[in-house]
Design a protein around this ligand. Structure first.
Ligand code: FES
Length: 104
């Protein structure tokens, strides 16, 4: 089990927007999907592009490089050319702060 680390206030990420962060040495992207927050590793498993350079399309996140799509809620791959999921991290809100659980 990891440790929940405060990342940013909830109001820092607008509805259906995302921001990249480095948390405990791990590059992540935090997505606000209709008021719910999700955290994924900020690396596309296809060719390593920062997924935070991509686009939110409904409930999916599309890589800007070659168009693979991933489910925002858990990073599951939805369309090629990526063949595997993006790792996801547990998120909680404490006193208005988004906290992300990073494995030690
Ligand atoms: S690097 Fe993301 S689809 Fe190729």
């Amino acid at each position: 089990m990891g440790t929940f680390i405060p990342v940013t206030p909830t109001e820092a990420i607008g509805k259906n927007e995302m921001l990249p962060f480095t948390v405990d040495g791990v590059d992540i992207v935090v997505v606000n999907l209709n008021g719910n927050f999700y955290a994924l590793k900020d690396t596309c498993p296809h060719a390593g592009a920062p997924i935070s350079n991509g686009y939110i399309r409904g409930e999916s996140l599309m890589c800007a490089y070659h168009g693979a799509k991933f489910r925002i809620q858990d990073g599951a791959v939805l369309t090629p050319p990526a063949m595997c999921a993006i790792p996801s991290y547990s998120v909680r809100i404490e006193n208005g702060m988004i906290e992300v659980e990073i494995e030690a």
